[in-house]
Design a protein around this ligand. Structure first.
Ligand code: S3P
Length: 171
């Protein structure tokens, strides 16, 4: 039996690099990696875009919370890349903080907009937005969401965060 379980949750707005960093971090630590969006897609056998189109956002949020709980029940050491909205619905942020180490990858709306402008296609909330609309949309939503994001145990801000920086802060 493992005496200490490490569960690491990467969270933050769309485009902050949760999945890229999460994969590298899990690889370096020898932990399992979960991408919450990918887990939902596999479960429902539909893309996130199609889930939003056919079932709507409310149903997506239910699937997202259910899948998060499935991951929380896993006994392995793991790193999870959460979808941008996951911490902000139901009791998810409290469940996360009661289970392991949450890390908020914090960027401002300008940086997020430039990172997202070429990665809108698979993100139903922003797919039709121009760069200007995107900046306003991100600023507004970030303001609502930061009350959840900022409950994270660690906040890493504003640079291209590396795996070594994260492990130095964690262990
Ligand atoms: C969403 C973020 C997306 C995905 C869905 C909704 C959000 O994940 O879960 O499109 O509400 O911010 P990423 O943060 O990985 O893009």
């Amino acid at each position: 039996m493992k005496l200490i379980q490490h569960k690491i949750f990467l969270l933050g707005f769309m485009g902050c690099g949760k999945s890229t960093l999460g994969k590298k971090l899990a690889n370096k630590l020898g932990f399992q990696f979960f991408d919450l969006d990918k887990c939902i897609e596999e479960k429902v056998q539909m893309s996130i875009t199609d889930i939003f189109k056919t079932k709507g956002e409310e149903q997506f949020r239910k699937l997202e919370s259910d899948e998060l709980i499935n991951i929380l029940n896993s006994n392995d050491n793991y790193v999870v890349a959460l979808g941008g909205g996951a911490p902000c619905f139901n009791e998810n942020m409290d469940l996360i903080n009661n289970s392991g180490t949450s890390i908020y990858l914090k960027y401002n709306e300008g940086i997020l907009a430039s990172r997202l402008i070429n990665a809108k296609a698979e993100r139903p909330l922003i797919v039709n937005k121009t760069k200007e609309e995107l900046i306003d949309f991100i600023a507004k939503l970030l303001k609502e969401r930061e009350q959840y994001y900022l409950k994270s145990k660690l906040v890493i801000e504003g640079t291209n965060i590396t795996v070594n920086e994260v492990t130095d802060l964690l262990f």
